[in-house]
Design a protein around this ligand. Structure first.
Ligand code: AMP
Length: 459
C-alpha cells in the first residue's frame, strides 16, 4: 500500500496531513501526486468523494513553495476554478488546512457576496485563489484582478461548470492565463465539449481515471421505488418516519428534487408532519445556504432537500442516504447526486423514486451509468395512508425490524466494525434523521426482512 510519505511530498505537507488524520492516499492521490509534483499537466477523471481536492492541492502547495515566487500584485499564483460557492468554500478551506505549515495566502471569491470586499481582498494578490468563473471575470472586467501571475491553474468539476453555462467564461479565461503554466483539469464525466476544453487548456496531460466516466460509485447500494408522482411525498414521509424498512441507519439524508419550488414544497410538507428539514437551492441567500449546510453537518437538521446546482460539491462526511425524490433527466447528474453518499470509502444508500413519466430517465441512467437497482415494494399499508384511511393515531409501538444491506464480504465486515449497532439494533429504535418526526405506527410493526438478491452498481 502506497503511503503519503512515498509520494515525494514535503515535510510541512506531510505534517498537515498528519494533523488532518489522513494516513493513506486515496487511489487518485497516489496516482496524481507524483506527476503533478513533476510539473506535468493532469487530466483527472474522478467523481466526487474520491479525494481529488487533496490530489491537486497537496502537490501544488509543494510546487508553489519550491518555486518561491513573489505574490503578484492584483493576481494569484494558483487559480482554482470551481462551479459553485459551496465547492469553492470547501476547496479554500482545504487549501488552508493542507497549507497550514506552508505559509501560503489563500482567498476565495464567489458570486452572491460583496464585490467591493473581494476587490479589497485581492488588491495585494495572493498565493492561492479559489473562484467561481462569473465572479472572477467580474473582477477582471473591473480591472481589479488579472491572471498574469498564474503558475498553476485548476479546473475542478469542469463538467458541472459547463452544465451551469460557464462555457464562454472558461473559453475567455483560457485566453487570459499565461501560456507557461501547469494545468490540472478534473471532471467526473467526459462529454465532447469537455474533451475540447481539455485540448484548449492542457498540454500533453497525464490522465488519471479513478472510475470510468459515468459509472456510479461502487460502494453505494441503490434501491428503487416505482411510485406515482403525487404519492411520492407520502412515501418519503413513511420512509423518514421509519414506517418502511429502508436499508441502513439514517444519519443524514440528502433529498434531491428537480426544481427549487419542488424542494420548498417537500420541506413545507415535511414540516406539516413535524419532520424538520431545510432546503438548499439557488433562490436561497448565501447565509441561508450556509446555515442549512451547517445544521446538516452538525446533524441538528439532518434532512436536507436540494437541487442539483446547490448540492454540487457539497462535502459532508456521513451522508447515509441520498433520496432521489425526482430522477434527474441527465444520467451524469444521477452519478453526482449519489456521489454525495459513500464519500471517501464510506458505505452509502441511494434510493430512487420513479414515477411513470420518469421511466425513460431511469432507462437512460441504467444504460449510461451501469447502475443496478434493487426494487423495493411500497409499504404494506401505503394505499390506505395515501387514501387517508390509514391509521392516523399512533398505535402501540411494535417491534420493528429494519432491512439491512446484505453482507458483502470485506465491506460488510467494515460496516459492522463501523456500525456495531447494526449487529443488534434495539427493536423499535429510531435514529437521528427522523428523530424530529412523530412516530406513527402506520401498521409498520413486524416488517418482513428483505430477502432476495441485493444488486449494486459495479464500476
Ligand atoms: P473530495 O473528493 O476531494 O471532495 O474529498 C472527499 C472527502 O474525503 C473529503 O471529506 C476529504 O477531506 C476526505 N479525504 C481526502 N483525502 C483523504 C484521505 N487520504 N484519507 C481520508 N479522507 C480523505
Amino acid at each position: 500500500m502506497t503511503k503519503f510519505s512515498d509520494l515525494g511530498l514535503s515535510q510541512p505537507v506531510l505534517q498537515a496531513l498528519d494533523m488532518k488524520g489522513y494516513s493513506d492516499p486515496t487511489p487518485i492521490q497516489a496516482q496524481a501526486i507524483p506527476p503533478v509534483l513533476e510539473g506535468r499537466d493532469l487530466l483527472g477523471i474522478a467523481q466526487t468523494g474520491t479525494g481529488k481536492t487533496a490530489a491537486f492541492m497537496l502537490p501544488s502547495i509543494d510546487n508553489l513553495r519550491r518555486a518561491d515566487n513573489k505574490v503578484p500584485f492584483k493576481s494569484c499564483r494558483m487559480l482554482v476554478l470551481a462551479p459553485t460557492r459551496e465547492l469553492a468554500g470547501q476547496i479554500a478551506q482545504s487549501a488552508k488546512d493542507y497549507g497550514a505549515m506552508a505559509g501560503l495566502s489563500v482567498h476565495s471569491i464567489v458570486g452572491g457576496t460583496s464585490v467591493n470586499k473581494d476587490r479589497n481582498k485581492l488588491h495585494r494578490g495572493c498565493d492561492i485563489l479559489v473562484a467561481t468563473p462569473g465572479r472572477l471575470l467580474d473582477l477582471i472586467d473591473q480591472k481589479a484582478f488579472a491572471l498574469n501571475g498564474v503558475e498553476i491553474l485548476v479546473l475542478d468539476e469542469a463538467d458541472q461548470m459547463l452544465d451551469l453555462g460557464f462555457i464562454h467564461a472558461l473559453r475567455r479565461i483560457s485566453q487570459l492565463v499565461p501560456q507557461d503554466r501547469q494545468t490540472l483539469f478534473f471532471s467526473a464525466t467526459m462529454p465532447k465539449q469537455i474533451k475540447e476544453l481539455v485540448g484548449k487548456y492542457c498540454h500533453d496531460p497525464v490522465t488519471v481515471s479513478v472510475t470510468p466516466a459515468a459509472t456510479t460509485a461502487e460502494r453505494i447500494d441503490q434501491y428503487l421505488f416505482m411510485v406515482q408522482q403525487d404519492e411520492k411525498q407520502t412515501l418519503l414521509e413513511m420512509i423518514l418516519l421509519e414506517q418502511h424498512p429502508t436499508p441502513g441507519d439514517f444519519e443524514r439524508v440528502l433529498i434531491f428534487t428537480r426544481t427549487k419550488h419542488g424542494a420548498d414544497r417537500v420541506v413545507k410538507r415535511l414540516a406539516q408532519r413535524n419532520i424538520p428539514a431545510n432546503a438548499i437551492h439557488g433562490n436561497k441567500s448565501q447565509p441561508q445556504r450556509e446555515r442549512a449546510l451547517d445544521e446538516f453537518k452538525r446533524a441538528k437538521t439532518p434532512i436536507l432537500v436540494a437541487t442539483d446546482v446547490a448540492a454540487r460539491g457539497i462535502d459532508i462526511p456521513g451522508v447515509s442516504h441520498v433520496i432521489n425524490f425526482e430522477l434527474p433527466n441527465v444520467p451524469e447528474q444521477y452519478v453526482h447526486r449519489i456521489g454525495r453518499t459513500a464519500r471517501a470509502g464510506a458505505d452509502g444508500v441511494a434510493i430512487a423514486f420513479c414515477a411513470e413519466d420518469e421511466r425513460s430517465y431511469l432507462k437512460d441512467i441504467r444504460k449510461q451509468t451501469d447502475a443496478e437497482f434493487e426494487r423495493l415494494p411500497l409499504p404494506e399499508n401505503f394505499r390506505a395512508v395515501v387514501e387517508g384511511v390509514g391509521p392516523t393515531k399512533p398505535e402501540p409501538k411494535q417491534p420493528r425490524q429494519r432491512v439491512q444491506p446484505k453482507p458483502r464480504g470485506a465491506s460488510a465486515e467494515r460496516a459492522k466494525a463501523k456500525h456495531p449497532a447494526r449487529k443488534g439494533r434495539p427493536q423499535g429504535g429510531r435514529s437521528g434523521a427522523a428523530a424530529g418526526g412523530q412516530a406513527e405506527a402506520g401498521g409498520g410493526g413486524n416488517r418482513r426482512r428483505r430477502s432476495g438478491s441485493r444488486s449494486r452498481s459495479r464500476g
